[in-house]
Design a binder for this molecule. Structure first.
Ligand SMILES: *Cc1c(COP(=O)(O)O)cnc(C)c1O
Length: 379
């Protein structure tokens, strides 16, 4: 089926006993077994829950993968990928990624003997040079957060596979509507479902999707053994959210384009980072690799004072961490999402005191632009 149909129907067969069109919330911890040694496919709800299974099947289909596993957060989904490795294994990771991913790698996983090399993954030669004999995973995020740099997934996959390493892509910024890394050669896709996939800013969750039975078996084992599962209620909320993913993303895309071109022409904006603008250094690659450019935009106002004056005067746009909700969310990466990234790294990447990031929602664009215009008057 095509994408919008899969959003609504993949993994979502009507409930067999009553015909309920919506998958029920199976709020149970265990399942009765008809006789010793026989069960109906469900034994204990950490291992398997029908609401979660429906969501896992749905998200696997949307990413063009065979297997999905849902977790209590995007971070626990990421963590599970790295629990497939052992002490002494090496990972090549994007130097500019979600601040929480860097925190997980540098302050948690390194303690257990995993080694990380951070490179600008938009430079394929840098990825190639960073690979070592013990490299097991090349971990990518594209577009990057918050600088919107694009990494060529297919080129990285070719380099990684030649060295016997897997490629994992954090696809949170795009959702499978805009980008499907498995089709580009990635082995694993991870999402914070908290963002565009659920889209309503009312659930925290994550998913790992893969096409390989072997990887899925390892992830499924860890999901049960470690236990950071998505609850039945959250699984239901995300199933509800994902039904409108295609229509939401279409509108996010329209509003994102309109906001980016408004900002690009504003006298108080020094620079706009958005892959949909023709002057973005990787606009052509983005066009080839993505089915649109999304609604994540960063822009430079020149100083922390200016960023503060602007952010203190938005009304309709909510000053908040997170992204991908139906409502427009606006943030200050330096002090919010990327506060855990070392200051010198932030400086090198361009995460400056004057940088503002906006996740354009699906409100009426005139209202959003009027709100931003009004806030600019305070700058
Ligand atoms: C939010 C986010 C995460 C972490 O997900 P949580 O659901 O907050 O744990 C990981 N990667 C990216 C790109 C994100 O935006």
């Amino acid at each position: 089926m095509a994408f919008s149909t899969d959003c609504i129907h993949a993994g979502q067969e009507p409930e067999p006993h009553t015909g309920a069109v919506t998958i029920p919330i199976y709020q149970t911890s265990t399942y009765v077994q008809p006789e010793l040694g026989r069960n109906k496919g469900y034994e204990y709800a950490r291992t398997k829950n029908p609401t979660r299974s429906a969501l896992e099947a749905n998200l696997a289909a949307l990413e063009g993968g065979k297997h999905g596993h849902c977790f209590a957060s995007g971070m626990s989904a990421e963590d599970t990928i790295f629990r497939m490795l052992k002490s002494g294994d090496h990972v090549v990771a994007a130097e500019n990624m979600y601040g929480g991913s860097y925190r997980l790698f540098s302050r948690v996983l390194e303690k257990f003997g995993l080694e990380f090399t951070y490179v600008d993954t938009s430079k394929i030669d840098a990825v190639r040079a960073a690979i070592q004999p013990n490299t097991k995973i090349v971990y990518l995020e594209t577009p990057t957060n918050p600088m919107m740099t694009i990494t060529d997934i297919a080129a990285c996959a070719a380099v990684a596979h030649k060295a016997g390493a897997l490629v994992a892509v954090d696809n949170t910024f795009c959702s499978p509507y805009l980008q499907r890394p498995i089709e580009l050669g990635a082995d694993i896709v991870v999402h914070s479902t908290t963002k565009f996939i659920n889209g309503h800013s009312d659930s925290v969750g994550g998913v790992v999707v893969s096409n390989s039975d072997e990887i899925a078996e390892a992830i499924g084992f860890l999901q049960n053994a470690v236990g950071a599962i998505l609850s039945p209620f959250d699984s239901w909320l995300v199933l509800r959210g994902v039904k409108t993913l295609a229509v939401r993303m279409k509108r996010h895309e329209e509003n994102g384009q309109a906001m980016a071109s408004y900002l690009a022409h504003h006298a108080k904006v020094k620079k706009v980072y958005y892959p949909g603008l023709p002057d973005h250094p990787q606009h052509e690659l983005a066009k080839r690799q993505m089915n649109g450019f999304g609604s994540m935009i960063s822009f430079e106002l020149g100083s922390k004072e200016k960023a503060k004056a602007f952010l203190d005067h938005v009304r309709l746009c909510s000053l908040a961490e997170s992204l991908g909700g139906v409502e427009t969310l606006i943030s200050h990466p330096e002090t919010m999402t990327h506060a855990s990234v070392p200051a010198e790294t932030r400086k090198r990447l361009g995460i400056s005191p004057g940088l503002v990031r906006i996740s354009v929602g699906i409100e009426d664009i005139e209202d959003l632009i009027a709100d931003v215009e009004n806030a600019f008057e305070a700058v």
